[in-house]
Design a protein around this ligand. Structure first.
Ligand code: LLP
Length: 404
């Protein structure tokens, strides 16, 4: 099973499908999932793919075929998951800031739900009482994650019910005889330090006695993946061992077993993805050489939005001399993928590829500047499949109503 695509394979795909192009190596997704399974062997844990990272239906089907569960952040994602064939019991909907009607709709499909506000918890209690087991999303007041925009557990974060409101939660649970099956705490994305997960797990000790029907403790997602060559990701094996210790300790303390739930997004799909662009223009001036590609932040927003780093490679000239380039997009405002980046000499027409682009790449894309969304290709067992066509002009007008 090949888990990284060669330059020749990528160039052939670019020739076949055109650029810009997202390519996903399904075998790499399988490998990431197997790695989790192996590390957590013997640990009472369950994994839900946080599909906001990448929702293409063929990718979802591939992930289902691995036996993985799925986590959704909108009711539409839950419908996509059902369409991809996931059983309702294997779908989790971790809501935030949504109208109660959306929760009702999700409950209509029988999927697992985490509720993140007191008001929706109360509405849920009124409507379902004890009949529908549900989870509660808590805000632990812990600052963690790669940058502020992707930190969700701190005390200014909109996510979850602040943990200091535990008394109010408990009152509602009693008042409506709610069946609280789980507690959920997700502190953010790109959490390298296992100690953060352990800090969260530690919070459960005081929470568990308030909810006698608890079955699962959901530690969210956020496992770090290495974006730079010198970075390392979350130590998954250490995480598994540490979580197991907590589960065993909870068992001895409270005389019952709990299951740990996780919602990895990036970990499963980020490294499977490569984004291929073509160089439109080289512009040189006194201080900077720009390599302008046929894409922009409308296709990969992470560098502009989070100042995120993506490794860029010139696969058309891998042996060329190293020079510094500022790689820019074609969107009509500041649109920089990388500043003063060393690349093998870049010529107009060369293919520049962005690694680690599987998660939150295409998914956060838009038609800004009336540009087309790129095509998506999945490579599985050495065979490539188009899984989303590139937009065409009509797509730009779809849903518009043209008045005279
Ligand atoms: N669970 C919950 C409740 C989440 O909010 C998220 C991500 C995840 C799981 C999955 O996190 P992951 O394993 O993918 O780190 N667009 C940003 C990341 C935003 C993450 C939003 N929530 C980026 O490109 O870095």
């Amino acid at each position: 099973m090949s888990t990284s695509l060669s330059n020749n394979q990528l160039a052939a795909l670019a020739a076949r499908y055109g650029t810009p192009l997202y390519v996903y190596n399904a075998d790499r997704i399988s490998l990431q999932y197997e790695y989790l399974q192996e590390a957590f062997k013997g640990v009472n844990a369950r994994f839900f793919y946080a599909c906001k990272a990448l929702t293409n239906i063929s990718i979802l089907k591939h992930i289902r075929s691995l036996g993985c569960n799925i986590d959704c952040s909108s009711v539409n994602e839950a419908h996509l998951a059902l369409r991809a064939g996931f059983d309702p019991g294997n779908i989790l909907y971790t809501s935030n800031g949504i109208a109660f009607e959306e929760i009702e709709e999700a409950a209509g499909s029988g999927i697992n739900i985490n509720i993140d506000s007191l008001s929706n918890l109360e509405k849920f209690g009124k409507k379902f009482g004890h009949s529908y087991p549900v989870g509660i999303r808590l805000r632990p007041n812990i600052m963690a994650g790669g940058n502020l925009k992707i930190s969700t557990g701190h005390e200014k974060s909109k996510f979850g019910i602040p943990i200091e409101q535990l008394d109010e939660i408990v009152l509602l649970v009693k008042q409506y005889n709610l069946h609280i099956a789980g507690l959920h705490i997700h502190t953010g994305s790109e959490i390298k330090d296992v100690a953060v997960f352990m800090k969260v797990a530690g919070l459960f000790f005081d929470l568990v006695p308030h909810f006698p029907e608890l079955r699962f403790l959901d530690l969210g997602g956020g496992f770090k993946v290495p974006y730079r060559d010198d970075e390392t990701g979350t130590d998954i094996q250490l995480l598994a061992t540490s979580v197991n210790e907590v589960l065993l300790k909870l068992q001895t303390t409270y005389g019952k077993t709990f299951q740990a739930w996780f919602e990895p997004g990036k970990f499963l799909v980020s490294e499977s993805g490569t984004f291929i662009t073509k160089v439109n223009v080289i512009k040189e001036n006194k201080t900077t050489t720009f390599a302008g590609v046929n894409s922009g932040f409308n296709h990969l927003i992470r560098p502009m939005f989070y100042e995120a780093y993506h490794k860029i490679r010139n696969i058309s000239n891998p042996g060329g001399p190293l020079k510094k380039y500022t790689v820019t997009g074609n969107i009509c405002e500041t649109d920089t993928f990388a500043g003063d980046r060393e690349l093998n000499e870049v010529r107009e027409g060369d293919l520049l590829v962005f690694d680690n682009a599987g998660a939150y790449g295409f998914e956060m894309g838009s038609n800004y500047n009336s540009r087309y969304l790129p095509a998506q290709v999945m490579v599985r067992g050495g065979e490539d499949h188009l899984i989303r066509k590139r937009d065409v002009f009509e797509d730009l007008l779809r849903n518009q109503i043209e008045l005279d």
